[in-house]
Design a protein around this ligand. Structure first.
Ligand code: GLY
Ligand code: MN
Length: 485
């Protein structure tokens, strides 16, 4: 497979850097610009991404493979959401946070010996015209006057270790009739342009998702960093519970505190922060965060910092806002804690993926049985099992990586019905959720929701908790909160 050659790169107007020292008349933007070209060092993840591209090349010999980054999404009128490239694209390029350019496309063009890989992307905005005209100052979506400096094509090539070309040249590059697979649903222009076999495209999607099941050393380093920032965010929030409890919309304050840490340490959030106080904790993805955080209630904080590399953590703690669990809160917390501990103990290479879920649910089931809430041992075909699901609802974890729910297109044989292997990173997050209007439970339980979630790397002989830096047991949580007061 051919990769990165030295000199190749020009903007669509034929100039690598838009410098132009001599004013030449013709409007306020003509001339008078210094050459600001850089020679960036390769990104630390670039060599790992090259190996992944080799895997793609080996899997699809003789075929053109097209992996788009996706584009900006409109938020309202002429403002877009912050751009976040598709995870498959990131995995194959090691592109980083704010450098990512919307509408980039990675193309594997088959050659005799493998593939020539080119990243088609948007070059810098020429400041004084040329074929791309007045983009610099008049295009609020792409013009550098509006959105800031991009890398030149050469700089991108140096940083990522891959050949680059202008996105403007893509249509021409795809014109030749070659068997092609595209990652569909990411770039609408390409979806419309490329008439490919949907089954072949689906195979590509699955392959790219499964390629992410095993994290290499660099990826686990990125996940550790994401966890570290996330742990810092939880400390920030824990220290602010007394202040938040005095606000009408304390959940918003909690969200803002965590999000500030996420932006400071990483690219941002891996998913919108769930700051759920009181009965809001019974809503699995409570992201409205518009409620109060009352002394005496629990706060369920489910949040993750996405590092600049786009790898995300995903951690949940359920904290007593006033610093101490009530008896009934603690009873629920301890049961979830015991379930999580059982799930964690089931993590090892060779174990079935479903083992940790079943281990956690066995403990939950026994606990609910002891409380007289359901007959333990029922099977899914019975009404009792539905009752039991009523308090737990979802699975006990998921793969974690570039997506919070990573590898979602993997086949069940390699994921849900597969076995754990060294290099897998996943969450263990059992929960109990007693809806405030659930008449099947005693009144004292209604409106209590507890989830505890940690992140684990499967190793050669077991599992390593990446988020061990956060207190987990009820006593530890109380000591932690007391120390912060
Ligand atoms: N952290 C949200 C979830 O795992 O669904
Ligand atoms: Mn999760």
């Amino acid at each position: 497979m051919r990769e990165h050659s030295d000199v190749h790169d020009t903007s669509a107007d034929g100039r690598d850097h838009p410098g132009s020292a001599v004013p030449d008349g013709g409007g306020p933007f003509a001339g008078g610009w210094a050459d600001t070209g850089l020679r960036p060092a390769p990104l630390t993840g670039a060599a790992y991404a090259a190996k992944r591209r080799s895997a793609v090349s080996e899997r699809f010999p003789g075929e053109r493979i097209v992996v788009p980054s996706g584009g900006a999404k409109v938020r309202s009128n002429d403002f877009d959401y912050a751009f976040r490239p598709h995870s498959a694209f990131v995995h194959l390029t090691a592109e980083q946070g704010s450098e990512a350019v919307p509408d980039s496309v990675l193309v594997f063009e088959p050659t005799g010996s493998g593939h020539a890989v080119t990243l088609f992307t948007r070059p810098r905005s020429p400041r004084d015209g040329g074929p791309r005209g007045t983009e610099f100052h008049s295009d609020r979506r792409h013009g550098e006057f509006w959105v800031g400096r991009r890398r030149t094509l050469r700089e991108t090539s140096d940083a990522l270790g891959v050949e680059t070309a202008s996105r403007d040249a893509l249509d021409r590059a795809l014109r030749e009739d070659v068997p092609t697979r595209v990652l569909r649903g990411v770039d609408a222009h390409l979806d419309a342009q490329l008439a490919t076999d949907p089954r072949a495209d689906a195979e590509l999607r699955t392959f790219l998702s499964e390629l992410r099941l095993f994290k290499d050393d660099w990826e686990t380093g990125q996940l550790r960093a994401a966890v570290e920032y996330t742990v810092a965010g939880f400390h920030d929030v824990a220290g602010e519970l007394p202040y938040a409890s005095g606000l009408a919309r304390g959940e918003r304050w909690i969200e803002g505190t965590f999000n500030r840490r996420a932006r400071l340490g990483g690219n941002g959030l891996g998913f919108d922060t769930i700051a759920a106080a009181g009965a809001h904790a019974c809503v699995l993805h409570w992201m409205r965060n518009d409620g109060p955080v009352r002394e005496g209630d629990l706060l369920l904080l489910d949040a993750g910092v996405e590092a600049d590399s786009f790898y995300t953590a995903d951690i949940t703690r359920t904290l007593p806002v006033g610093g101490r669990f009530s008896d009934v809160q603690r009873r629920v917390y301890d049961l979830v804690f015991a379930a999580q501990s059982a799930g964690i103990a089931a993590l090892r290479p060779g174990a079935r993926y479903s083992d940790f879920h079943e281990a956690a649910m066995r403990v939950i089931g026994q606990g609910l049985d002891a409380w007289g809430l359901r007959p333990y041992g029922s099977t899914a075909a019975t009404p009792e099992a539905d009752l039991y699901r009523r308090y737990t609802v979802c699975g006990t974890g998921h793969m974690l990586g570039l997506d919070c729910h990573d590898c979602a297109a993997a086949r069940s044989t390699t994921y849900l019905d597969g076995v754990l292997e060294p290099g897998h990173v996943l969450t263990v997050e059992p929960g109990l959720y007693f809806q405030p209007d659930d008449l099947t439970v005693p009144e004292e339980l209604r409106g209590i929701g507890v989830r505890i979630e940690d992140d684990f790397l499967i190793t050669a002989d077991g599992a390593q908790c990446l988020s061990a830096g956060l207190p987990r047991a009820a006593d530890e949580v109380e000591h932690w909160l007391a120390a912060l007061r």
